[in-house]
Design a protein around this ligand. Structure first.
Ligand code: NAP
Length: 290
């Protein structure tokens, strides 16, 4: 097996950490990302000791911020000659009260859509240097259940609620994944593929800090008892990142190692383009913090 260079965001806990362990165990060169330096370094040590893989690197950055996503991407470009896999895993559901990032974006969409978009765009040249470049975006079945987008108000200035914002962000990441996949194919770029996946309902830190209101808080506490482990939740991510079987597979949504059906309820060329253009416009307005 050829060693891959794999960058995974949000690898300090939950599904990302489990995926980083599994990929390091397979012998790949894994770069973990976290937003807290101490926590990220501790996870790096843990992975290196448990897997006996010395090639575990780390990068710190707050992925609420597009400028930080740009800085993280440039740090990778400075350090590595090629990137084989980008895993956009960092993400989450926020609280009942709508919060904005320091750059003025609604936090759910910033973390789950805008910064993954920046990482994809900025890291594409590095991925193109790979013979088998892959991008895997972690989405969710919430795109089917909770999404209710308003395409003239993507950040929900009106009508915010955390589940809706989360479902929308996971729908939008699917739109941009499919669009990027088609764009790459249209340009004849065959050596970089993009896919999305849903990890299942997984017992992680997901939603634990989010105040969804008393009813949903209590329900999610009970439901977590029946959720799958982070290791199980990471299986499809690891498969899409590193398995030879899915080399060349592109533009698909996976659940439990199989292609799954994407909800087409809000899908149209026009709506996709609105999401893509919005991401591109926001990205263009932000300079990298160096
Ligand atoms: N768990 C589920 O049932 C489930 C279901 C469907 C989809 N997903 C998706 O799976 C992905 C991983 O979630 P998880 O369940 O593993 O949740 P988690 O345990 O909360 O892990 C989320 C990761 O994202 C990082 N993160 C959060 N905010 C960040 C920020 N502003 N900047 C940088 N990193 C940040 C966290 O880092 P810190 O350690 O710094 O907080 C953590 O490493 C997410 O995209 C989520 O939407 C989860």
């Amino acid at each position: 097996m050829q060693e891959k260079v794999i960058f995974i965001t949000g690898a300090t806990g939950g599904i990302g950490k489990a995926a980083a362990f599994a990929l390091a165990r397979q012998g790949h060169r894994v770069i973990i990302h976290g937003r807290d330096k101490g926590r990220t370094q501790r996870v790096q040590q843990e992975i290196m000791e448990a897997t006996r893989n010395k090639h575990v690197d780390y990068i710190v950055g707050d992925l609420f911020l597009l400028a930080e996503a740009r800085r993280v991407a440039h740090a990778l470009i400075d350090r590595y000659e090629r990137l084989d896999v980008l895993i956009n895993n960092a993400g989450g559901i926020m609280s009942n009260i709508c919060a904005l990032t320091a750059e003025g974006h609604e936090t759910t969409i910033a973390l789950n859509l805008l910064t993954p978009f920046v990482l994809m765009q900025e890291l594409l040249p590095l991925l193109r240097k790979s013979e088998d470049g892959r991008i895997v975006n972690v989405s969710s079945s919430s795109h089917r259940i909770n999404a209710k987008p308003d395409f003239s108000d993507l950040e929900l200035v009106n009508g915010y609620n955390p589940l809706r914002a989360y479902g929308n962000s996971k729908l939008f990441i699917m739109f941009v994944t499919e669009m990027l996949s088609e764009d790459l194919r249209g340009k004849g770029i065959e050596n970089v593929t993009v896919n999305t996946m849903h990890p299942g309902a997984v017992a992680t830190g997901f939603g634990v800090q989010s105040d969804l209101g008393p009813v949903l808080n209590a329900l999610s506490k009970v439901a977590r008892l029946f959720f799958r482990t982070p290791e199980k939740g990471a299986e499809t991510l690891v498969y899409l990142a590193a398995d030879a079987v899915v080399k060349g597979v592109r533009g698909k949504y996976f659940i439990d190692l199989k292609p799954a059906v994407v909800s087409r309820k809000y899908d149209s060329i026009e709506n996709r383009k609105k999401v893509w253009d919005y991401c591109a416009r926001v990205m263009a307005s932000v300079e990298a913090v160096r």
